[in-house]
Ligand binder design. Structure first.
Ligand code: NAD
Length: 300
């Protein structure tokens, strides 16, 4: 019997209580309505990310036939407008990270900052998104890319994708923005906040050149957090701007990014450190929380 118009029973990882492990359960996925599409998920990466702690179905009764889901399910229903059609020969087991982490970081450098050839960049936070910022800076022709992280285990990977120097704030007895000021003789041309820590926004802003430096906030900062930034940081010509999903027009431009990957214009291999079955989703989240994984692909 075909599935068209029918409920599909399938496996999903479901979070019933924030902070608790996810349960692997059989769920019922409703058929799509007008302007919706039901999709079979074969590879997932996007939401093994810090967005994950916000996902909960706790308010739904357990018997609900669901429509809107993250990608931790064998089938999902999403709005047609959110679907991007990519090349049939794309290697999904790698290209799936373009859907969020890679596009976000790469686009922050290329689209949001418009990094210039020969420039100096600092990237705070060397997770999958920060490493993708480095790939974007390198692609744009930056001459120096200074990678900053408190976890020095991330440095080797940062060098692999294009960082020219790596530094940890813990190795210095003065603020890291002063270290960067000295290293660059007056501040970077571009700085990227990719840790998600609101205090690092001011640090990244202060590390860029006071006359023309551009600081991009990529890290997701909770909506209730107020940024604490000294007005003097804007007394000259610095700019501070945000970037969501790399500033791409996703429906048209994500397929182009996938084609560029297939054409070997950039390499995603260094960003993918683990591949696990959907049943191991809690292990994937733990690896992410421990800083042991860059990106984990889940196979429903
Ligand atoms: N803007 C968007 O559209 C968008 C999209 C996806 C993800 N994000 C956000 O981007 C951020 C990065 O995502 P990720 O998956 O790379 O995260 P991640 O946790 O894998 O990486 C964060 C890195 O920051 C480092 N770090 C933490 N505190 C630090 C500090 N004080 N100084 C220097 N380094 C520090 C950590 O050691 C880690 O290596 C998250 O906040 C995520 O939610 C934003």
């Amino acid at each position: 019997m075909g599935t068209k118009g029918n409920v599909i029973k399938c496996k999903a990882a479901v979070l019933w209580t924030p902070g608790a492990p996810m349960d692997i359960e059989e769920i019922e996925v409703a058929p799509p309505r007008a302007k919706e599409v039901r999709i079979k998920v074969t590879k997932s990466s996007s939401y093994v990310c810090h967005n994950v702690e916000n996902v909960t179905l706790a308010s739904l009764p357990r018997t609900t036939c669901v429509r809107k889901l993250g990608t931790f399910s064998e089938y999902i229903v999403i709005k047609e407008i959110s679907v991007a059609k990519i090349d049939e020969d794309a290697r999904l087991e790698k290209a799936c990270i373009i859907g969020c982490g890679f596009a976000t970081g790469f686009g922050a450098a290329i689209n949001s900052a418009k990094v210039t050839s020969g420039s100096t960049c600092a990237v705070f936070g060397l997770g999958g998104v920060g490493l993708s910022v480095i790939i974007g800076c390198k692609t744009a022709g930056a001459a120096r890319i200074i990678a900053v992280d408190t976890n020095k285990d991330k440095f080797a990977k940062a060098k692999t994708v294009g960082a020219t120097e790596c530094i940890s704030p813990r190795d210095f007895d003065k603020p890291i923005q002063e270290v960067l000021f000295d290293m660059t003789n007056g501040g970077t041309d571009f700085s990227f906040e990719v840790t998600g820590n609101p205090e690092i926004v001011a640090t990244a802003l202060a590390s860029c050149n006071q006359d023309h430096g551009v600081c991009i906030i990529v890290g997701a900062i909770a909506s209730w957090v107020q940024l604490n930034i000294n007005s003097q940081l804007f007394f000259s010509g610095r700019s501070l701007k945000g970037s969501v999903l790399g500033g791409w027009k996703t429906k048209d431009e994500i397929p182009k990014l996938v084609s560029d990957y297939t054409a070997k214009k950039f390499n995603l291999d260094p960003l993918i450190t683990h591949t696990l079955a959907l049943d191991k989703v809690n292990e994937a989240v733990q690896l992410m929380k421990n800083g042991q994984c860059i990106r984990c692909i889940l196979l429903p």
